[in-house]
Design a protein around this ligand. Structure first.
Ligand SMILES: NC(=O)c1ccc[n+]([C@@H]2O[C@H](COP(=O)([O-])OP(=O)(O)OC[C@H]3O[C@@H](n4cnc5c(N)ncnc54)[C@H](OP(=O)(O)O)[C@@H]3O)[C@@H](O)[C@H]2O)c1
Length: 228
């Protein structure tokens, strides 16, 4: 049995990952969510460290941790917040929240376990606009953190960054077809990606964890960054 902890399980990519995981009878998914139901543990990435550690305490070992939670700064109410308030939200949820979660789960992680965090494929390429600046700042920092964490955990656990382009989840679904087309033209792949495409990449990392060196960025359109 492969026990996989997944945060952000209620999101678009989270739901697609759960659907993929159901194809594997030997996988057990334990979700982490702000509004828990069923086989889901209550978790808010903005909680203080000790509360996150307490939420994880009951889990009896993990083979993988897939961190899919992320603050949505492009939809209301955060969309209307100031630049610095949006930055603060991304810091609390995507950065500090991910670091706190990983550090809480690490003592439970089995040797050879897999940790996945979410990057963004424009983070190092650069894209104009306030949201792009803020996501680049956040996902770029998370990517750099993951690479150092991979070095720290060498021989103990594998760490990957999955870096999609724009994925058609909550926010993308609210856009007009014209806005979608314009945004797609500014991405690495030139098109919107589906949550299932991202879920397939996550699935493959868990099926064949040794395919990529620990610390690599895995793009959804063309696999690992050989330079990174
Ligand atoms: N969609 C894209 O274009 C895209 C591109 C690159 C990277 N990513 C990253 O991929 C990940 C998943 O994205 P998605 O498109 O599936 O997003 P989504 O549909 O907006 O879902 C976001 C998830 O994060 C959870 N979340 C938000 N704030 C949280 C908090 N404080 N504590 C715990 N959970 C929280 C949400 O839970 P609630 O249901 O409680 O709100 C939801 O499950 C995110 O890290 C995102 O930044 C997405």
């Amino acid at each position: 049995m492969l026990r996989i902890l997944v945060s952000g399980i209620s999101g678009g990519i989270g739901a697609a990952f759960v659907a993929r995981a159901r194809l594997h009878p030997d996988w057990e998914v334990i979700g982490l969510a702000r509004a828990p139901n069923g086989h889901v543990i209550s978790f808010d990435a903005a909680w203080p460290n000790d509360r996150i550690a307490a939420a994880i305490q009951a889990i009896d070992g993990a083979d993988a941790l897939v961190c899919l939670h992320g603050a949505d700064i492009v939809s209301p109410p955060l969309r209307q917040a100031s630049y610095l308030d949006r930055l603060e939200a991304l810091y609390r949820v995507d950065l500090a929240g991910t670091v706190k979660l990983i550090r809480a789960v690490l003592p439970k992680m089995k040797r050879g376990g897999v940790i996945v965090v979410m990057g963004w494929d424009q983070a190092s390429a650069g894209m104009a606009g306030e949201s792009a600046e803020l996501y680049a700042l956040t996902k770029g920092a998370l990517t750099s953190y993951a690479k150092s964490l991979a070095a720290t955990l060498e021989g103990q656990a594998l760490v990957y960054v999955v870096a999609p382009g724009w994925v058609l989840t909550r926010w993308g679904e609210t856009l007009s077809s014209e806005s979608r087309r314009r945004l797609a033209g500014r991405t690495r792949s030139g098109r919107w990606q589906t949550p299932d495409q991202v879920a397939q990449v996550l699935e493959s990392l868990l099926i064949r964890p040794g395919d990529y060196a620990s610390g690599q960025v895995v793009y959804v359109d063309r696999g690992a960054d050989v330079t990174g």
